[in-house]
Design a protein around this ligand. Structure first.
Ligand code: NAD
Ligand code: UFG
Length: 338
C-alpha cells in the first residue's frame, strides 16, 4: 500500500509517517519545508529503521504534484500541508487562502488526473466556531470561523463536499482535530515551532526548559472549572493512529465521511500547567493575563462517531502527554537544530 503524505515533515505528519512505516505502508512525503526541517527524516529512520521517500516541493506547484503522481501509483493521500498559525493568518490572509486553498485544489486536480480518489484531510475543530453546547459532535453547524486560518479549513471542507457530490468516485475523510500535543515516546520527534510559540503546550515546555520566564494564562474569568480556557488535548500518536484507521475507511469506499478526533475530555489551562509541573518535577511559573482575542471558553469533542465507524479511541491521558512532550523538549532544547 502506497501513501502520499503532503506536509509529512511537519509535527502531525512526521508522527503519522512513523505509524505508517511501522505498519509497512510505503510512504512518499511531499513538503516544501516551510515549517519543518530535513533532520526529521533522520529521526523517522532512527525510530522505524526505514527512510521514507522525500520530495521537497510545494503544493502550489501543480506540475510538481503531477510528476509525483506520474512516477508513483498511490492508494491514498493524507493531506497535512498547510499554514496553521491563527495570528499570522489575520496579518496575511491572502497568503493563507492561497497556500491552503489553492494548494488543495492543485492536489485534487492532480489526484483526479491520476485516478487517485482516496484522501484524508486535516481539518480542525476550529470549523465549529463558537458552539452553543458541549460536547461538540459532527452534526454541529460549521458556519463561521474567527480567523482566516479557520476559514481556509471550512472552505476546503466545502470544496471537498462539492467535489464528492459531483464525482462519487472520491472517498474523502475530513478529520476535525481537537488540540494535538505530546510527542513520540522515543523523544526523537515532536513539535518544533518557529519563534515564540502561539500554542499553550510548546510555550509551557519552553518555560520549563528556561527559555521563557513564565506562562501567560490568557484569562481566568471564563465560565469553566477554574476560569481558564478548557480544551480537548489529544496525544499526537493517538491522532496519528487515527489516520491509519481513516485510510482503511476511505479504501473501503466510504464516500465522504467526517470525524472528530479528540479524547472527549476537556482540561483547563491550569490543569495543563499542573500536569507539566508534575512531569518536569518543578513548579512552572505563570501569570494571569487578559483574554486572547478570538478564544472561546470551552471546546471538547464527542468521539462516539469515530469510535463506532473507525474503531478509534484515544489511549493516552494528559499525564502521558506531558511526560512525552517534556522528553522531546528536554532532549532537543532547540528542536531539530543541532
Ligand atoms: P506543521 O506546520 O508542523 O506541518 C505542516 C507541514 O506542511 C510543514 O512541514 C510545512 O513545511 C508543510 N507545508 C506548508 N505549506 C506547504 C506547501 N505549500 N507545500 C508543501 N508543504 C507545505 O503543522 P501540523 O501541526 O503538523 O499540522 C498539520 C495539519 O493539521 C495542518 O493542515 C494543520 O492546519 C492541521 N491542524 C493542526 C492542528 C494543530 O494544533 N497542530 C490542529 C488542527 C488542524
Ligand atoms: N493559552 C494560554 N497561554 C498561551 C497559549 C494559549 O493561556 O500562551 C490558552 C488559550 O487561551 C486556550 C488554551 O490555552 O484557552 C489553548 O490554546 P492553544 O493556542 O494551544 O489552542 P487553541 O485551542 O486556541 O487552538 C488550537 C490550534 C488551532 C485550531 C484550534 C481548534 O492552535 O489551529 O486548536 O482546533 F484551530
Amino acid at each position: 500500500m502506497k501513501i502520499l503524505v503532503t506536509g509529512g515533515a511537519g509535527y502531525i505528519g512526521s508522527h503519522t509517517v512513523v505509524e505508517l512505516l511501522n505498519q509497512n505502508y510505503e510512504v512518499v512525503i511531499y513538503d516544501n519545508l516551510s515549517n519543518s526541517k530535513i533532520e526529521v527524516l533522520n529521526r523517522i529512520e532512527k525510530i522505524t529503521g526505514k527512510r521514507p521517500v522525500f520530495i521537497q516541493d510545494d503544493i502550489l506547484n501543480i506540475n510538481g504534484l503531477r510528476n509525483v503522481f506520474k512516477n508513483n501509483k498511490f492508494d491514498a493521500v493524507i493531506h497535512f500541508a498547510g499554514l496553521k498559525a491563527v495570528g499570522e493568518s489575520v496579518q496575511k490572509p491572502l497568503e493563507y487562502y492561497n497556500n491552503n486553498i489553492v494548494g488543495t485544489i492543485n492536489l485534487l486536480f492532480a489526484m483526479r488526473e491520476a485516478n487517485c480518489y482516496n484522501i484524508v484531510f486535516s481539518s480542525s475543530a476550529t470549523v465549529y466556531g463558537e458552539p452553543k453546547s458541549m460536547p461538540i459532535d459532527e452534526s454541529f453547524d460549521t458556519l463561521q470561523c474567527t480567523n482566516p486560518y479557520g476559514t481556509t479549513k471550512l472552505y476546503i471542507e466545502n470544496i471537498m463536499k462539492d467535489l464528492y457530490k459531483s464525482d462519487n468516485n472520491f472517498n474523502i475523510a475530513l478529520l476535525r482535530y481537537f488540540n494535538p500535543i505530546g510527542a513520540h515516546e522515543s523523544g526523537l520527534i515532536g513539535e518544533d515551532p518557529n519563534g515564540i510559540p502561539n500554542n499553550l503546550v510548546p510555550y509551557v515546555t519552553q518555560v520549563a526548559i528556561g527559555k521563557r520566564e513564565y506562562v501567560r494564562v490568557f484569562g481566568n474569568d471564563y465560565n469553566t472549572i477554574d476560569g481558564t480556557g478548557v480544551r480537548d488535548y489529544i496525544h499526537v500518536v493517538d491522532l496519528a493512529k487515527g489516520h491509519l484507521l481513516a485510510i482503511n475507511k476511505v479504501l473501503s469506499k466510504s464516500g465522504l465521511v467526517i470525524y472528530n478526533l479528540g479524547t472527549g475530555k476537556g482540561s483547563s489551562v491550569l490543569e495543563v500547567i499542573n500536569a507539566f509541573s508534575k512531569a518536569v518535577n518543578k513548579d512552572i511559573p505563570y501569570k494571569i493575563m487578559p483574554r486572547r482575542a478570538g478564544d472561546i471558553a470551552t471546546s471538547y469533542a464527542k468521539c462516539d462517531k469515530a469510535f463506532k465507524e473507525l474503531g478509534f479511541k484515544a489511549q493516552y491521558d494528559l499525564t502521558r502527554m506531558a511526560i512525552d512532550s517534556w522528553r522531546w523538549q528536554k532532549n532537543n532544547p532547540n528542536g531539530y537544530e543541532k
